[in-house]
Design a protein around this ligand. Structure first.
Ligand code: C5P
Length: 471
């Protein structure tokens, strides 16, 4: 009898075996043994430990468990073939940690970039790849795949798939699902900048936007291929998640028609053209509050100092560096119904910024820096003739948190002060969690230790209650 080895199989059989093995979390040899054991009625191959069992709780999921913004939502994720497909793995995790279930569809080209095994394991679902697979078709069928989701996300969306979508082609499972769906579709294009700016892609993009397809990105920056830069980079997974959250958001909009100004991040106070005074604020809390107010329907202007985190969805962002620029941007954005001043504004700046880099001088010690006071943005807004109806400030303290916050309430003309202890051992500055107390004329409200997103959500609800009270 001839020996049967995987090497002897023809390409089609090998591919079928590879997919089956990936799906079952086995090696190809184990899968082959399992098939043979099944044929002989002697099913001795042990089931692998994790065959599409619900994915174990990931540490990340545990941390973000409070933010279940996509709980119960079903996302069909189509991964097409571009190098950015590696980011789709993280996207799956981010969606699942927010409570969504993710059903993956991969094009043939996508499988050259990421494996079925990785996608299936992260999604904890079967990976759909073939329009003509009896297994896939019997399982759900392409029309049900297209309809049984709350949203279809294509990430990355290649120039090829966008062209197919724009022309209504349906030659494979991904394009067929996209043609058959009646659900919202969000695409995250990713391609070489020359392909993105090509007239054909421009035309296709116009058609897709007229067809009601939502789009996030592409962003400008370094491409995964070395030496290439420009517009064409896929949006980051968290930006895609934010766009999905915004599209699926069916929460009431008590702040519709209201305007909010939020400051966030640190300020950079220049010393000379290359040096500046700054602080460790990440902007996470301020950005989360801007996003939470926008989700309640507010028209939000976020005035942000230099940060490295993504912009929240649905918010107008004004980028500034120094406290004086921040004050100008905030006063320009008035009038508003609400102001939430979260930025960690530097209290001091260098009195006379040097136009040239300050040099060391032989034989002389360090030059003293003469400082002068920065404008207090919260105080200016709190006493402005166009004072918003509700003014909220923050008090980051390392001692006497409540007493300091109460002092600030009156001095700065705020309605609430959100007080927190930012002593280094709390990990709050730059971290993902916060423990705050809301200090107002009515007293002090203690909130438990929460993620910054959850603090933002609760604060936005509190603001909405105050603003709509007595309307
Ligand atoms: O006085 P302190 O810096 O502790 O006050 C914190 C509050 O005041 C925060 O809401 C912060 O955004 C705001 N602030 C400001 N402009 C400054 C200093 C602080 O808006 N120059």
């Amino acid at each position: 009898m001839a020996t049967l080895t995987i090497r002897n199989l023809d390409e089609a059989a090998k591919q079928a075996l590879r997919e089956r093995a990936a799906k079952n979390g086995r090696s190809m040899e184990e899968e082959m043994r399992s098939i043979l054991a099944g044929l002989s009625g002697n099913a001795t191959v042990p089931a692998p430990a994790q065959v599409y069992a619900p994915a174990p709780m990931m540490p990340m999921a545990a941390r973000a468990a409070e933010n279940q913004s996509l709980a119960g939502k079903r996302i069909l994720l189509i991964i097409s073939g571009g190098i950015a497909a590696y980011k789709s793995l993280d996207l799956i995790r981010r969606l699942r940690e927010r409570g969504a279930s993710v059903r993956p569809v991969m094009t043939a080209a996508a499988q050259q970039f990421v494996t079925l095994l990785a996608v299936g394991a992260l999604a904890a679902d079967h990976v759909y790849i073939d329009l003509f697979s009896r297994e896939d078709e019997q399982d759900v069928g392409h029309v049900r795949l297209a309809r049984e989701s709350d949203l279809i996300c294509v990430a990355p969306a290649t120039a090829d798939l966008m062209a197919k979508m724009a022309h209504g082609l349906a030659g494979d499972l991904a394009s067929t699902v996209l043609l058959a769906t009646n659900q919202p579709v969000l695409i995250a294009p990713a391609m070489n900048p020359a392909m993105w700016s090509h007239p054909a892609t421009r035309r296709n993009t116009d058609v897709l936007s007229r067809d009601g397809i939502h789009m996030i990105g592409p962003m400008r920056g370094e491409m995964a291929e070395s030496g290439e830069a420009g517009e064409g980079r896929m949006a980051e997974p968290l930006e895609i998640v934010a766009a999905i959250e915004a599209l699926l958001d069916d929460t009431p909009k008590p702040l519709a028609g209201r305007k909010a100004i939020v400051t966030s991040g640190p300020t950079h106070e220049p010393i000379d053209p290359v040096r500046y005074i700054a602080n460790r604020s990440s902007g996470k809390q301020g950005h989360a509050i801007a996003g939470a107010l926008a989700r309640l329907g507010a028209d939000v202007t976020l005035v942000s100092g230099p940060v490295v985190i993504p912009d929240p969805a649905g918010v107008e962002v004004v980028r500034v560096e120094s406290a004086r620029e921040m004050l100008d941007a905030v006063t320009l954005a008035l009038p508003a119904d609400v102001a939430v001043m979260v930025a960690a504004v530097a209290d001091w700046r260098v009195a006379a910024q040097s136009d040239e880099k300050i040099k060391k001088k032989q034989g002389e010690g360090p030059q003293p820096l003469h400082l002068t006071e920065n404008p207090d943005i919260l105080k200016t807004v709190g006493h402005h003739e166009q004072r918003p109806r509700l003014v909220v400030g923050f008090a980051a303290e390392t001692a006497d948190v409540i007493a300091n916050a109460q002092g600030k309430l009156a001095r700065k003309g705020a309605d609430f002060i959100v007080a927190n202890d930012v002593s280094p051992e709390t990990g709050i500055m730059g971290g993902d969690r916060n423990r705050v107390r809301i200090v107002s004329g009515a007293g002090v409200e203690e909130w438990p230790d929460l993620s910054k997103d959850e603090v933002a959500k609760r604060l936005a609800v509190k603001i909405a209650e105050r603003i709509t009270d007595g309307d």
